[in-house]
Design a protein around this ligand. Sequence first.
Ligand SMILES: Nc1ncnc2c1ncn2[C@@H]1O[C@H](COP(=O)(O)OP(=O)(O)OP(=O)(O)O)[C@@H](O)[C@H]1O
Ligand SMILES: [Mg+2]
Length: 370
Amino acid sequence: MSLEKLLPSLIRASLDEDYRTVRSIAMRLIRRIKDTHPSIANEIAEALSQHGVGASAKRSVGISDSPVDTETLFSLATVDEPLEVARPIFSDKVNELIDTFIQERRESKKLMSVGLNPPSSLLLYGLPGVGKTELAKYLSGVFGLNLIVLDLSSTISSYLGKTGQNLKKVLDYAKSGPSILLLDEFDAVAKRRDDMSDLGELKRIVNVLLKELEDWPNHTIIIAATNHPDLLDSAIWRRFDRAIEIGLPDKDERIKILMNELISVKMSKDLTSIIHVIGEMAKGLSGADICKLVERAKRKSVLSEISLEDALLRELPDFIKGDTVEFNKQFCKLAKEKLDVSIRTLATWLGKSPSTIQYYLKEKGGNLDD
Ligand SMILES: Nc1ncnc2c1ncn2[C@@H]1O[C@H](COP(=O)(O)OP(=O)(O)OP(=O)(O)O)[C@@H](O)[C@H]1O
Ligand SMILES: [Mg+2]
């Protein structure tokens, strides 16, 4: 098709304010002219990346401007202004994927000037408390974009019967200007379409989502987060530019999270060694568990007037989900070796008798490797 033939559709779409079509024709134009007229291609790319920027200022006034279900006047989504938060602690592999995403977004214009779309969708999956929501907040700060959060599990239960309509409202709102839309608890709607227990409405919602994701505008980032990736339709997986699995932190990551949480506390040699012992023993704990452990220990230390070191060690067993006897044996051996503590102290930490501690120390313990 010659370029002139695109003009009527472009003009019609502009007059109808059909920005999706305008964008798609503009991208075609860029691809066609990038070699012959690179400066015009650049100018179009610039216009595309600027479009809608003004809307964010209007929306930054906050939640009152968020989409509202007119019947219930219940807010469907929350809108938070970007906050500079520290990046959660992740594995090198996850960090690399995040860095690539950030870099590609920052170089949007360069990509668009040669007719390539920057990535605009991310699917985050992993166990509860590994930092998925926190990562969305972090990205909102990095890009200086408002974070619109739609918790799909609560939306579905409170609006069953109208979820499709409500979802569309939030999606349209998010698309109206640069922002990050977080679809939290994404599995709540994104059930497999062949699931017989699905209500017809859920299937319709999946179809709405598929259609939207297909043509998500570049100026808005859509992030979906789920603990149940297995429930997601394979067609949904394909629509995301990138799916990132966030695993439980390994030993080194657990130590870093502990260090960060205790950053305001004066580090003694004891505390540093204890952090290493806890980091090693806290296998299977999520970042959220570790933060909670530190918070509880801080409270205990103040109210029971014991040292923070003691409080951390006394709280730790409560967080261990596996075999506690096995944990106790490993813990006693490690603490004895690394902290050189007495049997009496170990007995206080674990709430056991000194003879039980002696038994733990004699017994063989399992492997602590991650
Ligand atoms: N990897 C991490 N590094 C540092 N802090 C973390 C990490 N993961 C979780 N946290 C802490 O735990 C809190 C809860 O994490 P977050 O809400 O992001 O988890 P989530 O993966 O979204 O969990 P859910 O699946 O239950 O929604 C965060 O606010 C943060 O303080
Ligand atoms: Mg979350």
